[in-house]
Write a protein that binds this ligand. Structure first.
Ligand SMILES: [Ca+2]
Ligand SMILES: [Ca+2]
Ligand SMILES: [Ca+2]
Length: 234
């Protein structure tokens, strides 16, 4: 088959045809002809090689560009995630501040008094510590937790007499806990208090705390069954 093709090609389109009438001239012609073909083939090969080199360079450059784009995309994604995280954090903080503001400025129910970010209810009647706490919790509040000297000053200035506060050592004698579960750090015990009744049996076990008008040093532990006014906080 290849021979057939060759024969066909040779007969129709000869590249270098021998002039048979003049043998020396035909040899000279043949050399020039084949030299031209070789030069043409070499140039063609050089051009092809140059083309391949250019394509290779383009390929390397494209791969490098893609790699840079991928790196930039990762950086941008990371930056965006950081920004989103920061925005979420700011939004949460702003929402909390808004809620605190609403509770502090506008959210106090009638007959409740605002101080700082809390609302306070000062009772007119008297109850045991448990009944007083039940009253507060029914109003989505609890007995007052005194977190600062300012809060203590505010409460003392507002009400004299004995008042229940949300402090007890009922769970473990001598270990005082606020009703929100926090431990006692800032404290305003009166002299000699707490004494858990001081061994006087008529006082009974003293596991709840009253605050009195005197300040500082106005707290005293008393029996939770005593009846007195109270302060709720929410
Ligand atoms: Ca408080
Ligand atoms: Ca006690
Ligand atoms: Ca006492």
């Amino acid at each position: 088959m290849m021979e057939g093709i060759y024969e066909n090609f040779k007969s129709k389109n000869p590249v270098c045809q021998l002039p048979v009438s003049n043998p020396p001239a035909s040899i000279k012609f043949n050399r020039r002809c084949y030299l031209s073909v070789i030069i043409f083939m070499v140039m063609l090969s050089v051009l092809l090689l140059a083309g391949l080199i250019i394509l290779g360079l383009f390929y390397v450059d494209s791969v490098r560009n893609l790699s840079e784009i991928s790196d930039r995309k990762d950086n941008v994604t990371e930056h965006l995630n950081t920004v989103i995280e920061r925005l979420n954090s700011n939004l949460t903080e702003a929402t909390k501040k808004l809620m605190d503001f609403k509770q502090g400025e506008m959210g106090c129910p009638a007959e409740w008094i605002r101080f700082g970010i809390s609302c306070y209810f000062f009772s007119g009647e008297s109850k045991s510590w448990d009944e007083a706490r039940e009253f507060c919790r029914a109003r989505e509040a609890d007995l007052v937790v005194i977190n600062s000297k300012n809060e203590m000053t505010f409460l003392s200035a507002f009400r004299d007499g004995s008042i229940w506060i949300g402090l007890t050592d009922r769970a473990l004698e001598g270990t005082w806990k606020w009703v929100d579960g926090s431990s006692l750090t800032l404290q305003f015990w009166g002299e000699g208090q707490p004494d858990n009744g001081g061994g006087i049996t008529s006082y009974g076990e003293e596991d709840c705390v009253e605050t009195r008008h005197a300040f500082p040093g106005s707290w005293n532990d008393v029996s939770c069954k005593n009846s007195m006014k109270w302060i709720c906080e929410k």
